[in-house]
Write a protein that binds this ligand. Structure first.
Ligand SMILES: Nc1ncnc2c1ncn2[C@@H]1O[C@H](COP(=O)(O)OP(=O)(O)O)[C@@H](O)[C@H]1O
Ligand SMILES: [Mg+2]
Length: 436
């Protein structure tokens, strides 16, 4: 592309932008009272100038020239008035900080092949979440993927922390939802009982920049938590289990670390298993319940547990099976034949629950550092649709979420900070057993 071509493109973009600003100005004058007032004041001023043009321009003093001057001024005043009107409209339609934003983005290299940076069209408080500011950009041909790749640079350029970026109006506008850079995530968010969701069967995980992050087990039945050691998996797992208990679910916990992670309060409220034979027995029970519920739902022609409970008034509870550090449980390295057989049976049962659990209200919540195929077989993994990843390197992030966003968006020193499969970063509530 030659310099000339680039200049032509830039000029056309600017003209288009000017037109758009006028249109936006007109809308703003209609919708925002103070802008409307400004436009009215301008129009009133223009009319006054027109009415008193004789006095204002001192025409009487020029005697015989006055007819010619009169005609010239009669022509010029409306021209200036219209020019001024357009300028006022552009002014009203131009967002604050538009030029700084454009220059900032240009500096960090968010430009198209003609060297143009995106144009800020509008900047306003988000209607649903007043904490957030919504920046609307004309992307100037730069795809959303490139925005995502340059997320950190955009944050620096605009001095914001981005919560999310989406397309709007087809692919015409890119919306950037953000908070000011200094209002980042809090390092600590203590759990409070009032956060418990009243909806069945919604569990709350923490807070993102856009509000609480929740998962509804009735829709997304199984949860996989990953992340490196110390990222906060165990705390998050317990937070979820505590809520499940409070909401009346029966919780089964497999713990092969000698029970240090689950002190006595848990043993009073949940079914614990500490050995592999106990675990197999528990899973046998769960699959048996699954088969039994399947029959009863078939007989009553109900499509899932909630419908069944409503139709029969029975109130069958949801069952949640949880395991922290699944790798300890399912690791096959160095196992003899007998143990391998046992593990195969365990995997088999887990896979049945993973595939069929949703309708019958039986759920898995598994946490592990590295949920790769050697630890959690594909049959189980593929059915765990709600994935959450804490601090991780790009390989680990790829294993858990199928993308590298955890490595990019979670600071190395963050604890209890997670990202979901759909890219929502949140700070998990810090939950303490003593609250049980
Ligand atoms: N949501 C949180 N907010 C603040 N600190 C947390 C949070 N979750 C965990 N932590 C801190 O991180 C430490 C490690 O958490 P833990 O859940 O044991 O990590 P993991 O199980 O991933 O190894 C905890 O002792 C706690 O101090
Ligand atoms: Mg742990």
């Amino acid at each position: 592309m030659t310099r000339n071509d680039k200049d032509t493109i830039t000029r056309r973009t600017e003209n288009r932008h000017l037109l758009r600003c006028m249109k936006a100005g007109l809308m703003a004058a209609r919708d925002t009272p103070h802008k409307g007032l400004l436009l009215t004041a301008y129009l009133a001023g223009a009319v006054l100038v027109w009415l008193f043009r004789g006095h204002l321009f001192g025409l009487d003093a020029y005697g015989m020239f006055s007819p010619v001057l009169n005609a010239v001024i009669d022509l010029l005043v409306p021209l200036y008035a219209v020019g001024g009107l357009l300028a006022v409209l552009v002014l009203l339609g131009t967002p604050w900080g538009g030029r700084e934003a454009k220059e900032g983005l240009q500096k960090v290299g968010l430009v198209n092949h003609a060297g143009e940076a995106p144009i800020l069209l509008c900047k306003q408080r988000d209607k649903d979440t007043p904490r957030l500011t919504l920046w609307e950009f004309d992307p100037c041909g730069i795809p959303l993927g490139e925005w995502e790749d340059k997320r950190a640079r955009i944050e620096t350029a605009l001095n914001i922390t981005i919560a999310k970026m989406t397309w709007a109006e087809g692919r015409k506008i890119i919306c950037v939802y953000a908070v000011p850079a200094e209002s980042d995530f809090p390092a600590l968010l203590p759990w409070k009982d009032k956060y418990l969701s009243p909806d069945s069967f919604v569990l709350v995980l923490g807070e993102s920049l856009t509000g609480p992050v929740t998962v509804n087990l009735a829709n997304i039945p199984h949860i996989l938590l990953g992340g490196s050691t110390g990222s906060g998996k165990s705390v998050l797992l317990k937070l979820l289990l505590m809520q499940a208990v409070e909401k009346g679910a029966e919780v089964y916990i497999a713990d092969f670390k000698g029970g240090v992670d689950f002190p006595r309060v848990w043993r009073q409220k949940c079914h614990m298993c500490f050995r592999e034979d106990e675990l197999l027995h528990t899973l046998d029970q769960l699959t048996a319940v699954l088969e039994c519920r399947k029959k009863r739902l078939e007989e009553t022609e109900c499509k899932d547990l909630d419908t069944y409970n409503e139709a029969t008034g029975e109130g069958l509870p949801r069952l949640v099976f949880a395991c922290d550090e699944v790798a300890e449980m399912l690791d096959k390295t160095g196992a003899d034949n007998e143990r391998k057989k046992l593990l195969a049976q365990i995997e088999n049962k887990l896979s049945t629950i993973a595939r069929q659990g949703r309708a019958f209200g039986i759920h898995l919540i598994l946490a592990t550092q590295r949920p790769d195929a050697t630890i959690i077989p594909g049959q189980i993994r593929n059915n765990m649709d709600f994935r959450v990843c804490g601090r991780a390197d790009s390989v680990l992030s790829q294993i858990i979420l199928d993308n590298t966003s955890a490595a990019e968006q979670i600071p190395k020193d963050a604890r209890g900070r997670f990202i979901t499969g759909d890219g929502t970063v949140f700070q998990g509530y810090l939950f303490n057993e003593e609250q049980l």
